[in-house]
Design a protein around this ligand. Structure first.
Ligand code: KIV
Length: 276
């Protein structure tokens, strides 16, 4: 990229995403590191520094143990690696569910220390006042309804929502509360298609599906899932690569070369005396 073009790239922000409602599909992926952000940037409208980082990169069993410091560190890396995509940083469990003032202090820290364009919270009636509080004070908020991973200890296993009427009503309430509180868009995770369709029709902000069906205004996947870095693929994921296989093959070839003294060769050695 020329220096001139590099300077002229404008990073997308919440209003750009919000105005895509019902128009061009919104392309989102998760990113946690600078080099991956750099690769994804030109293909995505929005990069989410998801708290899934705890499970994906840190080996945690769920997202509950993720800290504000972890989110800030990964948010900084993704901002350094990207130029054009909007960057949204997840607020981790425990950083926003209490008093709105505390949520504001934590969200402001994320915004100041990372330079990201918005935060994301797992949303619904219980945090609607907080979403409103943040938005009214200049912090764009992305909501997250349906399957909410931070509630896994209350709700139980990761499974699709919206098959029963009680669940359907609950998820619609979450979505309506999120939109009315002023979020600029919302993730809909793990819901039955008719429910995603109903919510997308009823709210005036874009819906971003992950296991949320094609009815949503945009789609997001955990990058490591779609790149094939895990041996288990959830139903809603399409694998666009087999990086797990590639990495394993590369590591095997390297180990065989080292053990057979084929690596390093003369071409990979400084001032080799064995060069032919
Ligand atoms: O943390 C995350 O990666 C997310 C996505 C699953 C939307 O919230």
């Amino acid at each position: 990229m020329s220096a001139q073009r590099e300077q002229s790239v404008r990073r997308l922000a919440a209003p750009d995403i919000a105005m895509r409602k019902g128009r061009l599909p919104i392309v989102c992926l998760t990113a946690y590191t600078a080099p991956i952000a750099e690769l994804l940037d030109e293909h995505c409208d929005l990069l989410l520094v998801g708290d899934s980082v705890g499970m994906v990169l840190h080996g945690l069993p769920n997202t509950v143990g993720v800290t504000l410091e972890m989110m800030i560190m990964h948010g900084q890396a993704v901002m350094r690696g990207s130029k054009r995509a909007m960057v949204v940083v997840d607020m981790p469990f425990g950083s926003y569910e209490g008093a709105p003032e505390t949520a504001y202090a934590n969200a402001a820290r994320i915004m100041k220390e990372t330079g990201a364009q918005a935060v994301k919270v797992e949303s619904g009636p219980a945090v609607a006042d907080t979403v409103r509080y943040l938005v009214e004070r200049g912090i764009p908020v992305m909501g997250h309804v349906g399957l909410r991973p931070q509630s896994v200890l209350v709700d139980g296993a990761f499974r699709a929502r919206g098959k029963t009427n009680i669940e359907r009503v609950r998820v619609v309430d979450e979505a309506m509360a999120t939109a009315e509180a002023g979020a600029f868009c919302m993730v809909i995770e793990g819901v039955a298609e008719p429910l995603a369709r109903e919510i997308t029709a009823r709210v005036d902000i874009p819906t971003i599906g992950i296991g949320g069906s094609p009815a949503c205004d945009g789609q997001i996947l955990v990058s490591d899932d779609m790149l094939g870095l895990f041996d288990w693929t959830p139903k809603f994921v399409r694998r666009y690569a087999d990086l797990r296989g590639e990495i394993s093959r590369a590591a095997q070839a390297y180990s065989e070369d080292v053990r057979a003294r084929r690596f390093p060769a003369a071409a990979e050695t400084y001032f080799a005396t064995t060069a032919k």
